[in-house]
Ligand binder design. Structure first.
Ligand SMILES: [Ca+2]
Ligand SMILES: [Ca+2]
Length: 97
């Protein structure tokens, strides 16, 4: 059975390579989700995915600062390809104690 709720997914479509530059278009892909699938929205700042934003997330992000690409992509909370102070700020803004 298909649940009629749709899930919007942001995706990038690379449409061409001209003069060494890659052009991309953003698009939205909608998919029908089977009723048996449970959609769980993550908690912003929950880098270690335990359901809470606490000192463990700050430690997790701090332990992954620097390398490009990140040694653990889950600590790249803003998905910009690097783990830095901006990711730590996301944890701090959502800190639950
Ligand atoms: Ca956490
Ligand atoms: Ca980042």
């Amino acid at each position: 059975m298909i649940k009629r709720t749709t899930l919007a997914v942001a995706a990038l479509l690379f449409v061409g390579l001209v003069g060494g530059l890659v052009y991309a278009n953003a698009t939205i892909v909608r998919v029908d989700v089977p009723a048996s699938v449970r959609i769980v929205k993550g908690v912003e700042g929950d880098a270690d995915r335990d359901g809470a934003v606490d000192i463990g997330d700050m430690e997790f992000v701090a332990a992954n600062l620097g390398p490009i690409p990140p040694s653990d992509p889950t600590s790249d909370l803003n998905s910009d390809g690097v783990v830095d102070i901006r990711d730590m700020v996301i944890v701090a803004k959502n800190f639950q104690g």
